[in-house]
Design a binder for this molecule. Structure first.
Ligand code: Z15
Length: 812
């Protein structure tokens, strides 16, 4: 199939000369400059366009193949995408890396120069947003027809600067210089209503007319999402809010009231202005709810439009469409689809409900009660009056179902209701998400189990078959091949080919090489070279990394107690046989999360104190690079020896950094939490440093009454560490953090202290035997193939989506 046939367009060339020609043509005609005057940015933009052209051709073939087969589609709805830098990935996925390197040389630049100009779109906070990016990558790699829908925030996750004063935040105007990877599609714009009132329709009980009080436009653009080692190129479609022409008040402008003239337009466009820098906690703000509805309304209309291109009526909608809700953020899609079907397309309620339930599936990413979103009923009523009516009706019918199953069990009705009646009445989005979907999944075995046993137990009792597990995974292309080229080359050599990049279970064949001394030596020297590249500490020291969002449940404060303990031990015995360690923290805290920001500040202060201490600094270095993001993760992960996964058991839904680190040969020190359990089961208990309470012991400890003072009083070393923190040498913040650990600490930090310190001693014993350590490292990589996002997508496809791949023909 050649889609250019009859268009007069020529095929894009595969030789270096042809690539070079295309680059020069793009420089001249699209960038409007010449070789003589091309800046680095001109070269970057031009190269990006040239690479993008190669993918655009594959995209066209993909769209044609999808159109021809009218397949079942996966639509992934997510408020966040952390896609990472695009140039290097797209060079890899289009197979043009070598051509590009040669071609840009002719312009006087190196590929590395240009990659430095490639800004990552930071359209997410952390794990949830990065998971979305890994899943769309694997969807394309598995040739599954899919679209990811999201919001094109003007300002992404804030830029973080770390000083001794802690974290400061700056706006991230990621597309300031433009974004060469994006295709605007203004023709597919949608109108979104907010506020207003509803009116009955005479003669109809369920249908209503919603008269919105405000209309905002959603304008889409898309980024290409190529599959690796296949022809498929899917898209992520991102919506930008745009004011309608009518919202500009020309008469006020003419009267010199400039601010007032644009006031309404500014209000409208603020909807996609900024990503909420909040992770794992509920943020109840009207603008956030507006963002959620904006995403949902635009995306559903787009999904319906696409369905209607190929199909008639509604009989096949649920057969051709599955919409995956990434956490509760897009859950208003459930009442919104009901509204479209009932009010706009005039379907009977029951039929609409059947279609809706069959269409949606929900992934839950948390167990923290404070992360389960709820919205005040009065806010909903004001912003989305029709949706609230629909939710009430859904809830009434649902509670009838519960009542029929459990007659007279009023407490159960209260617990399960979509409307929470304790205090201010609120809409419980997780309940809506469970009621309105066909499948609900957690993101690791333990997490899915705890969802069934705790947070969603009543629902699991009512609908046991609805609850599934799909353990998270990560992209082996981005997090091994691109991030760690040296290790990738060694693996490819060891396995005799690059097949592992699409079939990560093949890493298991490395097991045979774990005992090969020369292979082990090369493994070791690669780790060292990656540390040299990272440039954040002595490459011969044990590089101990804790990289993730700052949250009390993740327990960076426990790691800090370890740092202080090492500090005391070294000071007490300066001549000891200490293992030099570089401890690397990186991550952001939500700007309003003061306790987390205190911990950051305290770490920065302690780091400076250690640096200034001539006795301790030869052995212990604490570094805290600013602005942890995907790009920085790609540099740190390949250099890590030790991976810190020390959350209180039962709190981390899965973790995905744990998988990236294990895949790159870091050994985990961790609790039995989230996916740590599955990592340990696969890499082997002897290749994992386990400590701490399990989730049931933690729950029991809380029930029995957790008494932090007990641990303080019975453990002299812990006492010394806390006393040092509280002594005042680290200022108020040390005092506050120590106080909170000794006070009402939800995360039982002190209870796991001694076990953690002992596990760290075991780490040091292993480190003293380099051959043993290296073997452990190789075995971690060898047995982490399960954690490929390709496997995750295969699990979703089999257990939840029931979709089949649609192969895209090669160009002939
Ligand atoms: C987020 O990044 C995660 C959960 C949330 O509820 C929100 Cl709002 C944001 C994370 C989990 O904390 C992490 O354990 C998990 O690996 C990740 O989602 C992807 O599932």
């Amino acid at each position: 199939m050649d889609l250019r046939q009859g268009t007069g367009l020529r095929k894009l060339g595969k030789t270096a000369d042809e690539f070079q020609q295309d680059l020069l043509s793009n420089l001249f005609y699209r960038r409007g400059t010449t070789v003589e005057s091309a800046s680095a940015r001109d070269a970057y933009e031009t190269l990006s366009l040239t690479v993008r052209d190669r993918l655009a051709e594959r995209r066209a073939r993909t769209a044609a193949a999808h159109y021809a087969s009218n397949p079942r589609w996966v639509y992934y709805l997510s408020a966040e995408y952390l896609l990472g830098a695009q140039l290097e990935q797209n060079l890899l996925y289009s197979g043009t890396g070598d051509l590009a390197a040669e071609a840009v040389k002719a312009l006087g630049f190196s590929l590395e120069d240009l990659e430095d100009l490639d800004v990552e779109p930071g359209l997410g906070n952390g794990g949830l947003g990065r998971l979305a990016a890994c899943l769309v990558d694997s969807l394309a790699t598995r040739d599954i027809p899919a679209v990811g829908y999201g919001i094109r925030y003007d300002l992404g996750i804030f830029r973080q600067i770390i000083t001794e004063n802690g974290q400061t935040e700056l706006p991230d105007d990621w597309a300031f210089h433009g974004n060469p990877w994006e295709f605007p599609a203004p023709d597919d714009r949608q109108a979104v209503g907010f506020y207003g009132h509803t009116e009955p329709i005479p003669g109809s009980e369920t249908r209503k007319i919603w008269v919105p009080g405000e209309i905002v436009l959603g304008e889409p653009s898309h980024m290409l999402v190529p599959g690796y080692g296949t022809e498929t190129v899917n898209i992520v479609r991102l919506w930008s809010a745009k004011a309608s022409e009518a919202s500009f008040d020309l008469s006020r402008f003419s009267a010199g009231q400039y601010a007032e003239a644009v006031q309404e337009a500014v209000r409208a466009e603020n909807i996609s202005k900024v990503l909420y820098p909040d992770d794992s906690t509920e943020l109840g703000r009207e603008l956030r709810l507006k963002q959620q509805y904006f995403l949902v309304s635009c995306s559903l209309r787009d999904i319906v439009r696409r369905f209607r291109l190929r199909n008639e009526g509604w009989d096949t909608f649920a057969e051709k469409t599955v919409i995956q809700l990434n956490d509760t953020h897009p859950t208003i899609a459930i009442p919104e689809l009901m509204r479209l079907l009932v009010d706009e397309y005039e379907l009977e309620w029951d039929r609409a409900w059947e279609i809706t339930r069959k269409t949606f599936a929900y992934t839950c990413h948390t167990l923290l009660p404070e992360a389960l979103e709820t919205w005040p009923v009065r806010m909903f009523e004001k912003l989305l009056p029709r949706h609230l009516e629909i939710i009430y009706l859904i809830n009434m019918l649902f509670l009838r179902e519960v009542e029929a199953r459990f007659p007279g069990d009023h407490d159960r009705l209260r617990r399960m209701s979509i409307i929470g009646e304790e205090g201010e009445r609120r809409v419980r989005m997780a309940h809506l998400a469970v009621v309105g979907t066909e499948a609900v999944n957690g993101v690791a075995e333990l997490h899915s189990k705890l969802l069934r046993e705790t947070v969603l137990d009543d629902f699991a009792e009512l609908w046991p078959a609805k609850f599934q597990n799909v353990t998270n995974g990560v992209s082996p292309r981005r997090f091994i091949k691109i991030a760690n080229p040296r290790l990738s080359d060694l693996i490819t050599e060891g396995l005799g080919g690059e097949g592992w990049l699409r079939d990560l279970d093949r890493l298991a064949e490395l097991e045979h090489l774990a005992g090969d001394a020369s292979f082990a030596e090369r493994w070791q020297s690669i780790k060292r070279a990656n540390k040299v590249d990272l440039g954040l500490g002595d490459p011969d020291s044990l590089t101990d990394v804790m990289i993730k969002r700052f949250h009390e449940y993740k327990r960076q404060q426990l790691k800090l107690l370890h740092v202080i303990t090492l500090y005391h031990r070294i000071r007490a015995n300066p001549g000891g046989d200490w293992i030099p360690r570089t401890i690397l923290f990186a991550g952001k805290a939500a700007p309003a999360y003061h306790a987390a920001k205190d911990i950051i500040r305290l770490i920065a202060t302690v780091a400076a104190r250690i640096e200034a201490d001539p006795v301790v600094s030869p052995y212990l270095k604490v570094v805290f690079p600013s602005n942890y993001n995907v790009t920085l993760a790609e540099r740190i992960i390949p250099a890590a020896d030790l991976s810190e996964q020390i959350s209180l058991a039962g709190k981390e839904a899965s973790g995905t950094g744990n998988m990236k680190l294990a895949l790159n040969g870091a050994i985990t020190i961790g609790t039995l939490d989230g996916a740590n359990i599955e990592i340990r089961a696969r890499v082997g208990a002897e290749n994992f440093f386990l400590f701490g309470m399990d989730a049931y012991q933690a729950a029991q400890t809380r029930i029995n009454g957790y008494d932090p003072r007990h641990f303080y009083e019975h453990d002299a070393e812990l006492r010394a560490a806390l006393d040092t923190l509280a002594s005042g040498i680290f200022g108020d913040v040390g005092h506050r953090v120590a106080g909170s650990l000794l006070g009402w600490d939800e995360y039982l930090t002190l209870a796991d202290y001694r076990g953690y310190i002992e596990a760290q001693e075991e780490v040091e014993r292993a480190w003293r035997e380099p051959a043993r350590w290296t073997r452990m490292s190789i075995l971690n990589t060898a047995h982490s193939g399960f954690f490929s996002a390709d496997r995750t997508v295969a699990d979703y496809a089999a257990r939840i989506w029931r979709v089949a791949p649609v192969p895209v023909q090669h160009e002939d």
